[in-house]
Design a protein around this ligand. Structure first.
Ligand SMILES: [Zn+2]
Ligand SMILES: [Zn+2]
Length: 342
């Protein structure tokens, strides 16, 4: 990012808007931060003032505690030092937003994390026309292509039903914020009880408070019947699969749900019985679709596989470049406390 008078420039603290004097998802403490979503690598502690999309308020406050937060409805415009700022759905997790910045006749959009595939747990991705689009590229390689939800959930429900039939619990290791709720939106509760780890339940509550319908979930301590536990579907953070917490379910099978499961050998290396390819990021076709829909002639690519995407966009005749940030991958964005829940 070397062009003069860019609306956003890299700074040691994070991406900075000089005209508006604010940062977007900064990784070091700043006075004014616009936050795209509540994942740990984008929403950090210690900023003076936070601006975020209204549906993310519950999760942000739960994770960051006492913060000075202004919650903005999607599409609502505010002015700051003559810069117009608005937030638009990114389809990534509850409350996730793209940041649209307009100043001096130019429009820049920062995608944050996003996906374009439908997800009943959050507002769908909204394409926003702009001159410069700053896009994530977590899964920016042509090998990443997600199956439709109907196919994915048929696979998950089939696996669960099979395990339940022989009295084995079905454990899915998944990240507590976003991934767990996405799974809860599509599993078949007629197969058995759905048990969630103590790290997942507060996030379910935030989703329900925001009006998102999720299947009924219980904590392991709320189920006395052993036979019921042995037929259950269990959602827990990856850290819990290596803990004694899992023993309460007796004989179980453990799966991992992540976009990385598309990589050959990833399931085996993680020591999981099964891998489900499930991501809250755009796959390769999704990235292309989102970028094209912005109409932006200039694209700046951040976190993930930036080089292949930059090369591909340049071949399409776009002005594309990579930008180093401290935003992480699925693992980093979901760093979990390792404490054992109830
Ligand atoms: Zn994220
Ligand atoms: Zn990210």
């Amino acid at each position: 990012m070397t062009e003069r008078e860019d609306l956003l420039v890299p700074r040691p603290e994070g991406l900075y808007c000089p005209a508006g004097d604010f940062h977007i998802d900064p990784w070091r403490p700043v006075a004014r931060a616009v936050i795209t979503h509540a994942h740990g690598d984008h929403a950090r502690q210690g900023h003076g003032h936070y601006l975020a999309a209204a549906p993310s308020e519950g999760v942000l406050r739960a994770r960051l505690g006492e913060i000075d937060l202004m919650a903005l409805a999607y599409g609502e415009r505010i002015q700051h030092h003559g810069v117009t700022v608005s937030l638009h759905p990114a389809g990534h997790v509850l409350g996730s937003a793209q940041v649209r910045i307009e100043h001096g006749g130019r429009i820049w959009v920062v995608s944050g994390d996003y996906k374009v595939a439908p997800d009943p747990t959050c507002e769908p991705f909204e394409p926003v026309r702009c001159d410069v689009f700053i896009t994530e590229s977590t899964f920016g390689l042509p090998i990443y292509r997600w199956a439709p939800d109907a196919e994915l959930f048929a696979e998950i429900n089939g696996w669960w039903a099979q395990n339940a039939a022989v009295g084995r619990a079905s454990v899915i290791a998944c990240y507590s914020f976003g991934k767990a709720q996405r799974i809860l939106s599509g599993v078949d509760p007629s197969i058995g009880a759905i048990v969630v780890h103590g790290a997942v339940q507060p996030l379910n509550r935030a989703y329900r408070d925001a009006g998102v319908a999720l299947r009924e979930t219980r904590l392991v301590t709320e189920i006395a019947d052993r036979a019921e536990l042995r037929r259950a579907l269990v959602l827990c953070p990856p850290s819990a699969t290596a803990s004694t917490w899992l023993r309460r379910f007796g004989d179980s099978r453990v799966a991992f749900a992540s976009g990385w499961m598309q990589l050959r050998g990833a399931r085996r290396r993680g020591g999981y019985d099964r891998g489900f390819v499930l991501s809250d990021h755009a796959d390769w076709p999704g990235l292309q679709q989102a970028i094209a829909a912005t109409g932006a002639p200039r694209v700046i690519v951040t976190h993930g596989n930036t080089a292949p995407l930059v090369r591909h966009l340049c071949e399409q005749g776009l002005q594309a470049q990579a930008l180093a940030t401290e935003w992480g991958d699925e693992r980093l964005e979901n760093e979990e406390p390792t404490v054992e829940g109830p």
